[in-house]
Design a protein around this ligand. Structure first.
Ligand SMILES: *Cc1c(COP(=O)(O)O)cnc(C)c1O
Length: 392
């Protein structure tokens, strides 16, 4: 069995040569087309009879560029099939709709991506699907939230903004006994640092927008499913004519090839900065799963193969918006921005609000850093400079 970095380079088929032309490139062409031509009447009628139209009959059923990316992704993540979506949020929302029906109940971890939680709160009730928001660091205690009509559990570990981890093996064991589908947003760990299907997850979702594309210029999502759930999922995907554009699939595949080396740098630099923050007087907590002080550090050590470059911290004082302005505007390496996972280091801060369960982060100001490829010494100096503005 080949190691992951070799797989990242080799995954997917490499037949990127137009027939009859002796010209082979490493990356696939960006196929653009609505119309797909058939060689003759027989191939036309055969294609139309087939239930699987993927990549064979019309642009909306996926181009060869999309298929090349999807095949590589499925192989890297170790799932049966991957399908691409126009964004990470779209992958979450459409996956929920693909598997749910009126009368179902779902459990949603309270730290999932905010707009995904909003979809559960605002849109699913229109289809008589009820959501219960459960604690972010849930494990086997999930059992007490399960109802007779619970069909699906939506997880994100570590979760957006506050970085709590769920005990995924404990949850999937219970879910399997009760025939409940488990869906994990695996964006933080990427397919490299957490292996969802080895831990019993049924559907793994990524915001490809983040580390997989890696250069802050792509919006895309994926959902990868097990064989057992493929038919239901695929039928929904194809019926709705969901797809991702060839350009973005091309960039996503190109990003996937270098994910291993990029992630190593993100990881090491983020750890250096997290450790430095941990020693600063004004810092109360650093929210980084690989640090021994993290509340679910043992779960991270047991289940994860590494840590990526996004983490949070809380200051001892929750400063006012005006005071925070002095800090943010005193930075000149970090930029203020939301969508993480690129080569540029980003920072943001926000007050955690609206959680229904007890959480140490309720109403606290949490900073989030996405560590890019600038020298870590410059990033630390930048934060130090920002802190000095905050205090004076
Ligand atoms: C950004 C993000 C998403 C949404 O992805 P988009 O491509 O921006 O829609 C979903 N989940 C997590 C954890 C994210 O960070």
């Amino acid at each position: 069995m080949k190691k992951i970095n070799t797989k990242l380079v080799q995954s997917g088929k490499h037949t990127h040569a137009p027939e009859g032309i002796d010209f082979r490139t490493i990356n696939p062409p960006i196929y653009k087309g609505s119309t797909v031509l058939f060689d003759d009447y027989e191939s036309y009628s055969e294609t139309m009879l087939r239930s699987e139209l993927h990549g064979t009959s019309y642009g909306t059923y996926g181009t060869p560029t999309q298929i090349a990316f999807e095949e590589a992704m499925a192989e890297i993540e170790g799932g049966f099939k991957t399908r691409a979506f126009i964004s990470g949020l779209n992958a979450i929302d459409m996956t929920l709709l693909a598997f749910l029906k009126a009368g179902d109940h779902i459990l949603v971890c309270e730290n999932v991506y905010g707009p995904g939680a909003a979809f559960c709160r605002k849109v699913l009730p229109k289809y008589q699907i009820e959501s219960t928001f459960i604690p972010a660091a849930v494990g086997s205690s999930i059992e007490k939230y399960i109802k007779q009509n619970t069909r699906l559990i939506l997880l994100e570990s570590p979760g957006s903004d506050t970085f709590e981890l769920q005990d995924i093996p404990a949850i999937t064991t219970i879910a399997k006994q009760k025939n409940i589908l488990t869906v994990l947003d695996n964006t933080w760990a990427t397919p490299l640092y957490f292996k969802p299907f080895d831990k019993g997850i049924d559907v793994s979702i990524h915001s490809v927008t983040k580390y997989i594309s890696g250069h802050s210029d792509v919006l895309m999502g994926t959902a990868t499913v097990t064989e057992k759930h493929y038919d239901q999922f695929h039928s929904f995907y194809e019926t709705l004519e969901l797809f991702a554009s060839s350009e973005t699939c091309y960039l996503a595949l190109r990003g996937l090839r270098t994910l291993g080396v990029r992630l190593k740098h993100h990881e090491q630099s983020a750890l250096e900065i997290a450790n430095w923050l941990n020693e600063q007087d004004q810092v109360e907590t650093v929210l980084h799963p690989a640090l021994t002080g993290h509340p679910q550090h043992e779960i991270w050590e047991r289940d994860y193969l590494g840590s990526s470059g996004v983490f949070g911290f809380i200051l001892k004082t929750d400063y006012s918006i005006n005071d925070l302005g002095r800090f943010f505007d005193g930075l000149n390496v970090f930029e203020i921005g939301l969508s993480w996972g690129g080569y540029k280091s980003l920072i943001k801060a926000g007050v955690i609000k609206g959680r229904e369960n007890v959480s140490p982060y309720n109403n606290r100001t949490v900073f989030r850093l996405s560590i890019g490829f600038e020298d870590s010494k410059d990033l630390i100096d930048d934060l130090e400079n920002g802190f000095s503005k905050l205090i004076s």
